[in-house]
Ligand binder design. Structure first.
Ligand code: NAD
Ligand code: TYD
Length: 355
């Protein structure tokens, strides 16, 4: 069991990051939690309003690719653990701007690895560089089988390729320089505070606004969904107890075809909003498929279950209910994030004619 004095979380103002920062600040009041984030379109400090004045919390605005800035922040705060989440995370954006993804996800990770080496020297006692990665690095599955820790990397989108190369560099720094590293590869997360460009919040937001629900291709692609808090609990366990140099797959056996998931959300929203049965399903529109759209992701979580005793605590029915209730109660948050810039991106991406 590792113990830390200062944990630096990158990307803590993003979707998963804000849940992680909140969890760490509350669970470890004796540990300083430093949130380093550039505040891109996906970073929102409003997400952390409830804990921003906690004595053990500090926010620092910086870009992970900025060598001087990261050196300064590391020498000021001297983190003994770095939990690295900062990334460009949306596959569709990566198809439009691959270079931005390589810069942040790959080059930014190398910059953090270099600065960790510089700060720690040869003293790796109770030190950790934790790379939070995705199952998308494994590529695409057919109708059967699961990704496990031995599945070869086979990334197929600029997003997953930039994350895969970052993961390889983290492993290379472990082998070459002895850096104390760990990597986890998680399936699709959902829950409160997710930016409404990803499937679940996009569908909920569009139902509320009676806008079309864009389903790519024929909606048969399969994703394995995990409630964000269960990912955060896995990250906490891996950070404190994961074996150095190891990788852990995180997922909860919650596979759904996209169309099936959208229909479930439509029906739950109709119930909540008092609509006639089928009202929201009428908004479903099949749109042009994503180029290179991975067919199926599915995680075998046996290793983290067996080695660290992790299991998901929230099933998909509970998780979707919690998520839907949160989005319905947080209209102001949604309005604040769906800015003008987001709308023009949206129109460009989907080419959807507004009803
Ligand atoms: P997100 O897009 O919601 O948040 C990313 C955060 O990183 C934002 O706060 C953004 O401001 C920050 N950021 C972006 N570029 C930066 C830079 N150059 N310097 C500093 N900060 C920067 O992403 P998320 O969904 O919370 O994902 C977090 C991490 O978890 C990512 O590394 C992602 O690959 C991984 N992951 C996500 C999922 C998922 O389903 N969302 C699943 C598995 C793994
Ligand atoms: P997304 O939330 O973007 O996550 P990822 O691509 O990283 O898995 O998409 C989840 C699935 O939903 C994916 O198969 C693409 C599909 N999708 C749609 O059908 N319509 C949409 O508007 C979006 C954003 C995604």
């Amino acid at each position: 069991m590792r113990a830390f004095q200062t944990i630096l979380v990158t990307g803590g103002a993003g979707f998963i990051g804000n849940h992680l920062v909140r969890h760490l600040v509350k669970r470890y009041p004796e540990v300083q939690i430093v949130n380093l984030d550039k505040l891109t379109y996906a970073g929102n400090l409003e997400n952390l309003r409830d804990i921003e004045s906690s004595a053990n919390y500090t926010f620092v605005k910086a870009c992970i690719t900025d060598e001087e800035a990261i050196k300064g922040i590391f020498s000021q705060y001297k983190p003994d653990a770095i939990i690295h989440l900062a990334a460009e995370s949306h596959v569709d954006r990566s198809i439009h701007s691959p270079l931005e993804f390589v810069m942040t996800n790959t080059v930014g990770t190398v910059n953090l690895l270099n600065q960790a080496r510089l700060l720690w020297g040869d003293d790796f006692d109770n030190k950790l560089f934790y790379q939070v990665s995705t199952d998308e690095v494994f590529g695409s599955l057919g109708p059967s089988g699961f990704f496990n820790e031995d599945t070869p990397y086979d990334p197929r989108s600029p997003y997953s390729a930039s994350k895969a190369s970052a993961d390889h560099l983290v492993s290379a720094y472990r082998h070459t320089f002895g850096l104390p590293t760990v990597i986890s590869n998680c399936s699709n997360n959902y829950g409160p505070y997710q930016f409404p460009e990803k499937l679940i919040p996009l569908v909920l937001n569009n139902i509320r606004n009676e806008k079309p629900l864009p389903v790519y291709g024929d909606g048969s692609n399969v994703r394995d969904w995990l409630y964000v808090v269960d990912h955060v609990l896995a990250i906490d366990l891996i950070a404190h107890q994961g074996a150095l140099g190891e990788t852990y797959n995180v997922g909860g056996h919650n596979e759904h075809r996209n169309l099936e998931l959208v229909e479930i959300m439509c029906d739950l929203m109709d119930e909540r909003l008092g609509n006639d049965v089928g009202t929201s399903r009428n908004l479903i529109e099949f749109v042009r498929d994503r180029p290179g759209h991975d067919h199926r992701y599915a995680i075998d979580p046996a290793k983290i279950e067996h080695d660290l005793g992790w299991t998901p605590t929230i099933n998909i029915n509970e998780g979707l209910s919690l998520t839907i209730d949160w989005y319905l109660e947080n209209n102001l948050w949604l309005e604040n994030v769906t800015s003008g810039a987001y709308k023009s991106y949206y129109a460009q991406m989907y080419n959807v004619v507004e009803k």
